[in-house]
Design a protein around this ligand. Structure first.
Ligand code: NDP
Length: 498
């Protein structure tokens, strides 16, 4: 099997995409220059004015029809996702279908979350009517990753659109066909103006988008690239939302349902070949149930075969350069005294990596500290759940986490430093559209999904309207000494006793 590297694929003005499974050519796309990006953003500005002029209800109707197209042509979209990323067709279809609820939620709730609403006033401002609304920013640049090429970018795109923005989308150079499909589908329901546009290319096209003066950049990708994006955006004071990587931990307490904990760890660690930002990479298990848990986990993981054929449950590694990182983490862990309960160095064959379960891996190993992004798990025995929490939190990342415990799940979850936590399940929070999605620390900042995700693509605009002349005129040069003394008394009464 041959998979071209980025440099081999790029030519002066087009680049090719090849299937990680077969090496076949999947498509050829333009490498958009800074001038192309500027022209696209200029078109988006005009479209943004028109789109923002529609009512929430009118935008919701279009978004509903967009989701209808995705739902009806799911198999076609999943086919492109499968070709570009190598992920199993059924996983691709599941990913795309999970985005539909977000589209529906954003369309339905935008008015309620962002529309004008009354705000309370104080004793001295009783004569004022106060209100706030959240207005669209204008043009939002969305830079997406390849690992979830539909669910992840749509998590920004549909919320930005529902809030009244135009969107310029730069998908990963590994998944431009998927991005193109989404943009074409949207154009069918919004033919009037290019409200949602595509630009394609490599990192330089993304950098041009950051420098283009868009009103916000929604970036999803690695922490290292997020820093470059932030630096680029600082030139134009363009705000960003950064959804970056993670090193999520799954904690197993003594009273956990071990069958479901093992099943969940296998899925969260190995589905999508472990290439999930919220994928479990570290498992901390109470000493009392450690052996039983490892046995169950190995049994499940052993049955999952990675391959490039249609029957494989786990696809190939999408990004050619990632294979070396996975190999390095496995080899280093074993060199430092770790043990492969399943897999090991032989698990890596070309761009296919079989499930690996590594135990006794020192906590300062790259397999524990860095994002591996492969179907590997480190499983570590802990003294108690205090120990588990301390180890889980000892990371620069803080994206998601999971806790398995019948009695103390919520209590343990409360102590984890991360943006999202699942109790007795995995991957549940991104499926709930009303829940904000995002992390802390090296996992980024800002939120997509839910009310926070709508507000992320808007700005608050306050209006205070005077209803009648105030009995105490404060903001006038005609203010009297009597008024000053009265205000002082009122303030003392209101605040002085605290
Ligand atoms: P990268 O950081 O390599 O790339 C992300 C996007 O940024 C791509 O579209 C890439 O383009 C683009 N890009 C690269 N360089 C620049 C630049 N200088 N300026 C602007 N844009 C640039 O991430 P991956 O695509 O490899 O995605 C995997 C990462 O994404 C993992 O770390 C994963 O954890 C994270 N992720 C986070 C999620 C979250 O919601 N928190 C969800 C999904 C993934 P190109 O590909 O063309 O180089």
């Amino acid at each position: 099997m041959t998979t071209s590297t980025r440099d081999e694929r790029a030519t002066a003005d087009t680049f090719e995409v090849r299937s990680p499974s077969t090496g076949d050519l999947v498509g050829s796309f333009p490498t958009h220059t800074a001038d192309d990006v500027a022209a696209t953003v200029a078109r988006a500005r005009v479209a943004a004015d028109w789109w923002a002029g529609l009512t929430f209800g009118e935008r919701a109707k279009r978004l509903d029809r967009f989701r209808g197209i995705i739902a009806r042509r799911l198999a076609q979209l999943a086919g492109i996702m499968h070709e570009e990323t190598g992920k199993p067709h059924s996983d691709a279809a599941l990913e795309a279908s999970l985005a539909l609820d977000h589209c529906a939620w954003a369309a339905k709730h935008a008015d309620q979350v962002l529309g004008r609403r009354r705000a309370g006033v104080g004793l001295l401002t009783l004569n004022q009517a106060a209100s706030v609304e959240y207005r669209p920013l204008g043009v939002v640049g969305v830079i997406g990753p390849w690992n979830y090429p539909v669910f992840t970018p749509l998590g920004s795109i549909v919320y930005a659109l529902a809030a009244g923005n135009a969107v310029v989308f730069k998908p990963s150079e590994f998944t431009p066909g998927t991005g193109s499909w989404l943009v074409e589908a949207f154009a069918q329901v919004v033919p009037e103006h290019p409200v949602f546009q595509l630009i394609t290319g490599d990192g330089s096209t993304g950098a041009a988008l950051c420098a283009s003066g868009v009103d916000k950049v929604a970036f999803t990708g690695s922490t290292a690239t997020a820093k470059k994006v932030m630096a680029g955006c600082s030139e134009t004071l363009t705000p960003i939302v950064a959804e970056c990587g993670g090193k999520d931990a799954l904690l197993v307490d003594t009273d956990a349902d071990l069958d479901s904990a093992a099943d969940a760890a296998a899925w969260a660690g190995m589905a999508n070949a472990g290439q999930s930002c919220i994928g479990t990479e570290r498992v901390y298990v109470h000493a009392d149930v450690y052996d039983a848990f490892v046995e169950k986990l190995v049994k499940i993981a052993r049955e999952q075969r990675a391959g490039t054929d249609p029957d494989a449950k786990i696809g190939p590694i999408t990004l050619p350069s990632q294979v070396e990182t996975i190999r390095r983490h496995i080899n280093d862990a074993l060199r430092r005294g770790g043990r492969a309960a399943l897999g090991g160095p032989d698990a890596v064959d070309g761009n296919v990596v079989q499930p690996c379960i590594l135990t006794n891996v020192p906590e300062d190993s790259p397999a524990v500290t860095e994002e591996t992004f492969g179907p590997t798990l480190t499983v570590t025995k802990v003294r108690d759940m205090d120990d588990a929490v301390a180890r889980a939190n000892a990371t620069t990342y803080g994206l998601g986490a999971a806790v398995f415990s019948k009695k103390r799940g919520a209590e343990i979850a409360d102590r984890l430093r991360c943006g999202m936590v699942a109790v007795n399940a995995v991957f549940n929070f991104p499926q709930i559209p009303s829940l904000p999605f995002g992390g802390v620390g090296d996992s980024g900042f800002g939120r997509i999904h839910g009310p926070d995700g709508l507000r992320e693509f808007s700005y608050a605009r306050s209006v205070a309207r005077q209803r009648f002349t105030p009995p105490l005129a404060l903001t006038t040069f005609a203010r009297t000494a009597k008024t000053d003394s009265l205000v002082a008394k009122i303030m003392t009464l209101l605040h002085g006793r605290h």
